[in-house]
Design a protein around this ligand. Structure first.
Ligand code: ZN
Length: 178
């Protein structure tokens, strides 16, 4: 849980929203357990922040501050967006995803294919994938969502056991014929 909060603070565009517009974002369920299905949506924060950029409350250089690494990641591994940049209106918007979790770098691992997320989702450890939008033209960037992955141990075991049970029956039956 601490890792998740830490991750949000580390994310590009993750710190700025709480700083300018304090909003509590809960990444866990009421019982204090990480929720598997809950994707945290940062669109409202993004909208509020953009409104402040547009009225000049937030200087543009503060809003468009993507690091060289983030722009590089967006350029090479980002998914192109159809919509134009909300700040400069150029069609250079990309979504880049960073994965946080056990044994991954503190600043997250940049996801380069959908298969990586699928593989991680089958693992017992808990991971969080943060999607960030980045404009290659003006360097606008903001966190879009946080999605939990992994934590599948119990589910998988149960599934594996029922799979074994299913496979065993026809095998025993055919063995009896020989
Ligand atoms: Zn832009």
């Amino acid at each position: 849980m601490a890792t998740r909060k830490f991750a949000v603070a580390l994310m590009p565009g993750g710190l700025r929203s709480p700083r300018h517009n304090p909003t509590t974002v809960s990444l866990v369920t009421k019982r204090g357990r990480p929720s598997r299905d809950a994707t945290i949506d940062f669109r409202m924060m993004r909208r509020a922040y953009l409104a402040r950029v547009h009225v000049g409350d937030v200087p543009r250089h503060d809003a468009c501050d993507a690091s060289v690494d983030l722009v590089f990641a967006a350029q090479h591994h980002g998914v192109q967006r159809r919509s134009a940049c909300p700040v400069c209106s150029h069609h250079e918007l990309r979504t880049v995803t960073y994965l946080f979790g056990p044994r991954l770098p503190k600043a997250g691992k940049c996801i380069t294919s959908g298969r990586q997320l699928h593989e991680v989702d089958l693992r017992p450890e808990h991971f969080t994938a943060y999607a960030v939008e980045v404009c290659l033209s003006c360097r606008w960037n903001h966190l879009l969502s946080a999605t939990p992955y992994g934590g599948r141990r119990r589910h998988n075991r149960r599934r594996a056991r029922s799979q074994v049970a299913k496979n065993r029956q026809p095998l025993t039956a055919s063995a009896a014929h020989h």
